[in-house]
Design a binder for this molecule. Structure first.
Ligand code: AGP
Length: 588
């Protein structure tokens, strides 16, 4: 779960590699490193910590003709200098950066050891650079091909050979890698964002591809034969990641929600719904719609399940990491919907492979055009949310919910959804226009160590997402429970001052939920009720302008995002990059 970047030709390596790593540190920020070859001299610097710390230790310029860099989310081996990339082969012929996990690294390490290789790090990646060197007999491409045949697992690698200062080699399997075509220079990276500004022409590599870049060209091979891959254009507008005056990406991205939802309406409504007709008829014919996702996207799926059930469609949702091991029978003719902001989540890639191997249709709903999941999907739809930098997913959750509402409305040709989403937008705008009360409530609770998020029906789904935000951003142990479930055990944990966030957006369940809150309050809980103004009662601390019930998760979740944000701010936490996390979970 790392990010790699590289280039060859006339390049200001210091700027390119460091800026590229900054764009990729959503993939991990445990350590960072660069290697640049200048004639025969290889400059190498790597260290634990964030890219900014590495940058502060680099000279003002990094002259050279070919360079690579890496930002790491530690899998094998703790985040220290030894385990940071780039790795150098024993005889110093090769330098390499790797994103992925080599599953058979122990066996290879043992073999290499027998051949006299010693190892400096605890990583699985180091064996790749030594194996390349061991397989090298004067032809780097042949060594790469042989090495790929021996590796099991996922990898995107950028490779420098000490005697070839005008070539940057690469190989890829099951980890993302793109080439960028420049002028007098060519680039590669895990994500187009790292190369944007230098080029808008990209080549998405396929699994099994390997080859090299030179300043004026490139060559791609698969199975020993040259292959052509399509050149695709990606506009730099999508990659705008300026903070625009906000102190953190998380709050900036929460404030972008209204414009994201408007953009979604523009893209999926144009004198009627704009969805692939073939896809709609496959969904209609399917015996069931099954959702797969992880984290926040999974909680959005759970909302989608309710939407589909509301139009009489059998529907369910599974956490990808579990379903991939146990792809149970979900009927004769299922249709899969995969939700993924990044389009690169490893567990989902594994699920999609099972689905595709069984020739089953799948729709990928993602924010990342050209991502691995999008490219392998039967159908794909974009969220048009713009780049989401903060590790905590915020605007993309709202875009996912609105997309699913539009999709389901299109299946029953119900045009009212547009007005409903516009009402949602204006409710959220009013929350954002003055969030001082949310901030005050959050700051007052900055010493909370535990929190329970409680609701019924859609409100339970809002609770799930609210609790996740509180955990990951504010480091508060937070659990979501359906109101009716509390008395089956968890209420034992409620004591004086335990924070409880409760949601009320639904007439039918209001009375039962309020009873739960009274039960909790009488045990001393600090109850913070979030309600739709239609149901607001005296004592509810946060009320939002009314929305249709099926969209109530929207404002409830925005308020929860703000609560988590301000609580984290009050605690002085690294909001955009919480500990141990990465934006894109590219290892299982
Ligand atoms: C959300 O705040 C999380 N950081 C995380 O749960 C995320 O939603 C999950 O990893 C799924 O990512 P994806 O949507 O890119 O597949």
């Amino acid at each position: 779960m790392c990010g790699i970047v590289g280039g060859v030709g006339k390049i200001d390596f210091r700027n390119y590699l460091i800026n590229g790593l900054k764009k990729l540190d959503y993939r991990g920020y445990d350590s960072a490193g660069v290697a640049v070859l200048d004639h025969k001299h290889l400059f190498l610097k790597k260290m634990p910590g964030k890219v900014e710390e590495l940058s502060a230790c680099l000279p003002a310029s990094l002259p050279g003709t070919v360079g690579i860099a890496h930002t790491r989310w530690a899998t094998h081996g703790e985040p220290n200098e030894r385990n940071a990339h780039p790795h150098i082969s024993m005889k110093r012929k090769f330098a390499l950066v790797h994103n992925g996990v080599i599953e058979n690294f122990k066996a290879i390490k043992k073999d290499l050891f027998k051949h006299g290789y010693g190892f400096l790090s605890d990583t699985d990646s180091e064996i790749v650079v030594d194996l390349l060197e061991y397989n090298y007999h004067g032809d780097v491409l042949a060594a790469i091909k042989k090495t790929m045949g021996e590796l099991e697992g996922s990898y995107a690698c950028a490779i420098i050979h000490a005697d070839e200062p005008n070539r940057l080699y690469f190989m890829k399997n099951a980890s993302p890698l793109l080439l960028g075509k420049g002028e007098g220079a060519n680039y590669l990276a895990s994500d187009a964002g790292a190369m944007i500004g230098l080029t808008e022409s990209f080549v998405d590599l396929e699994d099994g591809d390997y080859g090299y870049l030179e300043p004026d060209g490139y060559a791609i091979f698969a199975d020993g034969n040259p292959v052509e891959r399509e050149i695709v254009a990606r506009s730099k507008d999508f990659y705008d990641d300026d903070l625009h005056g906000y102190p953190h990406y998380m709050i900036k991205e929460i404030h972008e929600i209204p414009s994201v939802l408007r953009r979604l309406l523009d893209n999926y409504l144009d004198d009627g719904f704009v969805f692939d007709k073939n896809m709609l008829s496959m969904i209609k014919m399917a015996s069931s719609v099954h959702f797969l996702a992880c984290g926040t996207s999974f909680y959005a799926c759970k909302v989608g399940v309710k939407y589909f059930r509301s139009i009489g469609k059998r529907s369910g949702a599974s956490i990808a990491s579990e379903w991939a091991y146990d792809p149970y029978d979900i009927g004769e003719n299922p249709f899969f919907i995969i939700l993924s902001q990044s389009g690169e989540t490893a567990d989902l890639i594994k699920c999609q492979k099972v689905i595709n191997d069984n020739n089953l249709p799948n729709l990928v709903v993602t924010n990342s055009k050209g991502s691995t999941l999008e490219r392998k999907a039967t159908f794909s739809s974009l969220l048009y949310a713009g780049v989401e930098v903060a590790v905590a997913s915020t605007k993309s959750y709202l875009a996912q919910i609105a997309y699913l509402a539009l999709l389901v409305a299109s299946l029953k040709s119900d045009g009212r959804v547009e007005g409903d989403i516009r009402t949602l937008i204006s409710s959220i705008e009013k929350i954002l226009a003055d969030d001082s009360k949310i901030k005050k409530l959050a700051y007052e609770r900055k010493d909370a160590t535990d929190a329970f998020y409680v609701g019924r029906g859609y409100d339970y789904l809002a609770a799930l997402e609210g609790a996740l935000k509180m955990k990951e951003v504010a480091y508060v142990h937070a659990e979501a429970y359906p109101g009716g479930e509390l008395k089956h055990g968890p209420i034992a944990l409620i004591q004086k001052g335990t924070l409880v966030v409760g949601y009320i957006t639904d007439a039918e369940k209001e009375a039962s939920s309020r009873n739960n809150f009274v039960e909790l309050a009488s045990r001393g809980a600090d109850i913070l009720v979030v309600s739709d103004e239609k149901y607001t009662r005296e004592g509810d601390l946060l009320s939002f302008p009314a929305v249709p019930e099926y969209l109530g998760v929207g404002p409830s979740v925005v308020i929860s995002q703000l609560l988590a944000y301000y609580l984290a701010e009050a605690k002085g936490l690294p909001i955009d990059k919480p500990r141990n996390l990465a934006k894109s979970v590219t290892v299982e």
